[in-house]
Write a protein that binds this ligand. Structure first.
Ligand code: EPZ
Length: 428
């Protein structure tokens, strides 16, 4: 297995081009199942999870044309043309769903367009149990008959789905996305209340509108969808990745450098910006992106709680813990979205971080500096937090299980090395 070696302690300076958001791209690709016309998606990141979704869709019968590298100025978003016009399989097999939970996003569109879907239940993962019960309950409210059979969700709607008033008991990003896609082809009006407001959900809704769907309330917690009998093709460009943006903002802060995060937008990460500013980091909109540098007073501790958007994202929790580890004073992070998302703590401790976990909260006491070590992680954001720690640390850090990083960070070593990081991938 590949490893990443970092010799830390070097300030990062320069420009990093922010890729299209993985978590927007995955549901957008699934939306191609809603029409027999071509959905053309631009600014897709080059990531393992995108390939996994492409494999799943092509197994289902979607034809995918990949138009190589598009764009210029160092930005390499890919363009995919997806078309579901031939015979479509309606089973998403365990092997692919197990690899990537977002595979469950084919459930809503398959059921809405073909009246049936058989999708493997994803099972638990490193950050929590992550059930899909809310997706299933909401689809049942729209008239789907749902059974569980040998680890698979068997869903049927022989007479099509019907509009319904759905109140999600808790905010679910994937649940909102699955239901948005299902409702777009349902009979009548569906209302999704307590819907997720994440920019990736809004991106999907805007793409569905471009495909002919009628959706009101995009960006709010109440989405009103008037179902259509058919959707048509469209061209759509994926929103910039706010978590990649936040991750590199922390990289600038903890190395004492200055980065321009080109192509990203402040409105996507305002809660992260508020927290960064609270720790003494300077963040401003500039030159087609966001400029980030550690302020002259150094970094100071802060308390943070993860929440659904527009609150502080759980996907930035591990990265922020690294900043807190090298900030003056104490900080506290409370994780409210996932029950088991502190797997990075023992690894950061190997590098000298002082973190105590009490239930869903972690107290972080800032130390004068981190020290390189051999570390590994069990999920994407935990892995990238170790990269950030390695960049800030003195000495050498060796990170194994790099495949987690490849699921969500495009060309991470190239992007960091171009800004002065001493980082290399060692092939197994
Ligand atoms: C999405 O996951 C993201 N993944 C996650 O990003 C992100 O951490 C998460 O939203 C929260 O922001 C994608 O977009 C592909 P949820 P999702 O449904 O949709 C519980 C990353 O690192 N829940 O909003 O699976 C669930 O267990 C990843 O890029 C139920 O109980 O998240 C969790 O505690 C990791 N029943 C909470 O809700 C359900 O039916 C929020 O989950 C659905 C969810």
């Amino acid at each position: 297995m590949d490893r990443i070696l970092i010799r830390g302690g070097k300030p990062l300076n320069g420009t990093i081009h922010i890729s299209g958001a993985k978590n927007a791209a995955l549901p957008l690709m699934a939306a191609s199942l809603l029409t027999d016309e071509t959905l053309s998606l631009a600014n897709l990141p080059h990531l393992a999870d995108i390939s996994t979704m492409a494999n799943l869709l092509s197994e289902l019968g979607v034809t995918i044309g990949m138009n190589g590298e598009a764009g210029g100025g160092g930005h390499f978003g890919r363009v995919f043309e997806l078309q579901a016009d031939g015979p479509i399989e309606t089973t998403a097999p365990y092997d692919l769903v197990r690899k990537m939970r977002a595979s469950v996003l084919v459930l809503g569109p398959l059921l809405a367009r073909f009246g049936r879907a058989r999708v493997s239940l994803p099972g638990g993962c490193a950050i929590g149990t992550r059930p899909v019960d809310l997706h299933l309950k909401a689809l049942a409210q729209m008239g789907a008959e749902i059974e569980l059979d040998e680890g698979y969700v068997e869903a049927r709607a022989p007479n099509g789905l019907k509009g319904a008033h759905i109140v999600f008991p808790m905010v679910t990003v994937g649940g909102t996305e699955n239901l948005l896609m299902a409702a777009a082809l349902a009979d009548g009006e569906a209302v999704l209340a307590n819907a997720a407001r994440e920019p990736e959900v809004a991106d999907l809704a805007h793409c569905l509108v471009a495909m002919g769907a009628q959706i009101e309330g995009i960006g709010s917690d109440t989405l009103r969808i008037r179902g259509a009998s058919a959707l048509h093709g469209a061209s759509y460009s994926v929103v910039p990745d706010r978590i990649e943006t936040g991750t590199y903002a922390v990289a600038a802060a903890v190395t004492g450098g200055e980065l321009l995060l080109k192509g990203s937008r402040l409105d996507l990460i305002s809660s992260v910006v508020d927290v960064l500013r609270g720790t003494g980091v300077e963040v401003s909109e500039a030159d087609g992106g966001i400029r980030v540098r550690q302020g002259d007073e150094g970094l100071k501790g802060i308390d943070v709680m993860t929440e659904p958007f527009p609150g502080f994202p759980t996907d930035m929790q591990a990265q922020m813990m690294v900043l807190m580890s090298v900030a003056g004073g104490a900080s506290m992070i409370t994780e409210t979205i996932f029950e088991n998302r502190f797997m990075h703590v023992p690894e950061l401790a190997r590098m000298g971080a002082q973190v105590n976990v009490h239930g869903s909260s972690a107290i972080v006491r800032g130390v004068a500096g981190l020290k390189g070590a051999q570390v590994m992680a069990t999920d994407l954001r935990a892995s990238v937090s170790l990269v950030l720690a390695g960049l800030a640390a003195s000495g050498e850090t060796e990170i194994s299980r790099v495949y987690h990083l490849d699921r969500g960070y495009e060309r991470i070593e190239d992007k960091l090395a171009a800004c002065g990081a001493d980082i290399e991938r060692v092939k197994a």
